[in-house]
Design a protein around this ligand. Sequence first.
Ligand code: S3P
Ligand code: PEP
Length: 431
Amino acid sequence: MRLTVHPAALALGGRYRPPGDKSVSHRAAILGGLAGGETEIHGFLDSADTRATLGAMQQLGARVEESGGVIRIRGGSLKPPAGPLDLGNSGTGIRLLAGALAGHPDLQGAAIELVGDESLSRRPMARIIEPLARMGARIQSRDGRAPLVIEPSKLTGRRHTLSVASAQVKSAILLAGLFAEGETVVVEPGVSRDHTERMLPAFGVGLHDGEPGVAVSGGQVLSGTRIKVPGDLSSAAFALAAGLLVGGSAIQLEGIGLNPTRSGFVDIVRHMGAQVAIEGDRTDGGEPLGRLTVEGSALAGIDIAPEQVPLAIDEFPLIMALAAAAEGVTRIRGASELRVKESDRIAVMCRELARLGVAVEELDDGAVVTGGPVRGGEVDSHGDHRVAMSLAVLALVAEAPVTIDNAEWIETSYPGFVEDIRALGAEMVWE
Ligand SMILES: O=C(O)C1=C[C@@H](OP(=O)(O)O)[C@@H](O)[C@H](O)C1
Ligand SMILES: C=C(OP(=O)(O)O)C(=O)O
């Protein structure tokens, strides 16, 4: 489907509340399925990715009921699924599930196939297969890519030192560690999002300091709990960026997850000159929440340091779009992980920004974007939800309408995106 975005004629404004956090929703579905008794999830993200994970847990025997926006999962005893588990477009779904199943005692003797779409089948899985194999996991792959066939087996805890800061790899190992004998430790080269560590205690699992790293002991019992999913800062970032770009705008964003391992985007745009006020009001289920107030702001290009990258990893397509509309040059380095997301986000954003007349230079591990006028025209999402939404937001300040081809991929993480941005006063039309 094609989405046409018209340049904003008027300032944007109003109150905005994002959908539930994608990372937290995946974890709640998986842990709810592993835990005995009932888990109640409030604010679960209704998107293609998180539905795929929830569906996989159902196929593994978890009982799922939904009513009044609340999802109830009765888990604790799993069975081999009747067919392959399809994780669609979701890197988080396939990697975390692989970890959770690798040593699951109910599934030993089975062979479970995890599959995904074309994009997911191109993404690297050796980063989880290798550490899990060192614990004794049996996982076959197509040359380090999905489909994966897991034969759950007895695992032994190990100490792992990761070469990339990745919450998916860390979480896959910790979930495998729940069913391993002894202690499993993960040491990362930088900070990655810590939702798994924050959620496990709610299910009755203790984590401890791995001196260094984070450690979990195997054999702990998971018990159902109540999870309140915070609003997704990675989705709210699009509304925030729209407010920054369109002159005179004023938007209040409420119920936003402000976990410090996720909020790098706010620091980066403030450094670019964004007027964003933060009020942190409470912590719910171990996750900090708050309100952001954003105003239309004149942005300036900056240098983004490699250590800032993991804290805003999913916001880089949007940061590149903002850089295109900023005054001066933005340099992004240390971001080669962007090449193994739903698309090669460095190559794709450079190509699509260039189609709108933006001066970009592609680097191995980042890009140099020089701000300037943005032309109208036609661009493509390359099957990547964040690329589609980033280009849609930038189009609000283009000289003429922009049409985004293959924009239906927005469903991956944020089905309500167009409606929510329209509610702030933008003009976006599906064709
Ligand atoms: O653990 C998670 O929920 C996620 C971790 C990140 O991936 P990596 O672990 O590959 O960096 C991020 O890009 C993804 O959207 C969600
Ligand atoms: C990279 C992303 O997700 P995943 O790795 O779960 O596919 C994302 O949502 O931007």
